[in-house]
Design a protein around this ligand. Structure first.
Ligand code: SF4
Length: 363
């Protein structure tokens, strides 16, 4: 099996007791069957407590329900009691792997860090994404899904569009939107063999000769409305969205956005993490739209905070509320397909506040 790993992946170390936003809060802790089997016969007082705490949720998944907001095995020093007493290898699989994610596409596995963790968000924004390719012959490769090769090639082009630093990021997002739209037409027409030619067109054509797009208005409303419709994990996220909506209607949103380079790296993060989902659902357009929507939303929300807000923290909060919920991702994808036009996405791009530190460097 082939493996793609971002260069920041191995730099991750959990902040443990120093973490300002522990991941052992606000969601039940799922326990995989191997770990549950170990806990079933674990001797001593901790074994008894683990068995007492273990429950099946409404979907039949074994988990530790929260005590208040927190995992019942999170001690007051912010450390995990299971890890302290037994070692990390005895915690559940999700606890051992979070915030790392692994997405499999037949013969390809892509790893990454989920930016819902503050340390992962810091690393994701600290440098440009570089992918390291490895091979793991010990893991048997499955057959390649038909869309894997064309969508990998298309993602390379999408990545290069997002990094055309001679253009403002807003224009790069517009190009990504146009490219995703044309790519989708090829997929819908059963012509994935034409994707290479489309990639070459977008990479070789000077952006000035690609259709100019006219941003509409109301994009900030679009973002906030959709985010408000999602199921929220934390009340402070609901409060933040309400405050941003209030400021928007009062016309008091600050005019300054975050640094352009951070917004670009966030866009690249969303592209890397989500674009290849189209291998399975064939919906490249909505994953391109997701990159645009997510990047614009994080820029908008960080600008809506007093003093400009912390972009890494807003990225973390967006990812926590959106990327960990299949229901929230479905809601967005459904809204993109049924309620949003390309014009709406242009107005979403138009809602990005002026970004600071424009690089103006050559491509
Ligand atoms: S959110 Fe990240 S840094 Fe904090 S406890 Fe969880 S894995 Fe560690």
């Amino acid at each position: 099996m082939d493996l793609h790993i971002p260069s920041c992946f191995s730099a991750f170390h959990c902040l443990a007791g120093n973490c300002p936003h522990t991941c052992c809060a606000d969601w039940e802790v799922p326990i995989d069957s191997d770990t549950a089997a170990e806990y079933a016969t674990l001797p001593g007082p901790l074994g008894v407590q683990l068995r007492r705490a273990l429950r099946q949720d409404e979907e039949g998944v074994l988990c530790f329900p929260l005590k208040g907001r927190f995992c019942p095995f999170l001690d007051e020093d912010g450390l995990c009691r299971i890890q302290k007493e037994l070692g990390e290898s005895h915690t559940g699989l999700i606890c051992r792997t979070h915030p790392r994610f692994f997405n499999d596409y037949g013969p390809l596995r892509e790893a990454g860090l989920c930016a819902s963790c503050p340390e992962a968000a810091r690393l994701v924004l600290a440098e440009d994404l570089t992918l390291l390719a490895q091979s793991t012959p010990e893991i048997p490769a499955e057959e390649a899904p038909p869309l894997l090769a064309p969508l990998l090639a298309a993602r390379e082009t999408a990545l290069r569009l997002l990094r055309r630093r001679s253009l403002p990021l807003e224009r790069r997002l517009e190009l990504l939107l146009l490219f995703s739209n044309e790519l989708q037409l090829l997929l819908d027409n059963g012509a994935p063999e034409e994707v290479q030619a489309l990639c070459a067109l977008y990479e070789e054509t000077p952006p000035e000769s690609l259709p100019p797009l006219r941003p509409g208005c109301g994009g900030a409303d679009c973002c906030l409305t959709l985010l408000m419709e999602q199921e929220h994990l934390r009340q402070d996220w609901t409060d933040l969205l309400s405050e941003a909506a209030h400021r928007l209607s009062a016309g008091t949103l600050p005019a300054q956005g975050p640094p352009e380079r951070l917004a670009e790296r966030a866009a690249v993060y969303f592209l890397y993490r989500h674009w290849l989902r189209a291998v399975w659902d064939g919906d490249a357009l909505s994953w391109g739209e997701f990159v645009v929507f997510a990047t614009a939303s994080v820029c908008l929300l960080s600008a809506s905070q007093d003093g400009g807000g912390s972009f890494p923290d807003l990225l973390r909060r967006f990812c926590l509320e959106t990327e960990h919920s299949a229901g929230n991702l479905d809601l967005l994808q459904d809204a993109f397909c049924t309620r949003f036009s390309i014009g709406d996405f242009l107005s979403v791009i138009g809602a990005i506040p002026p970004l600071s530190g424009r690089s103006g460097t050559a491509d």
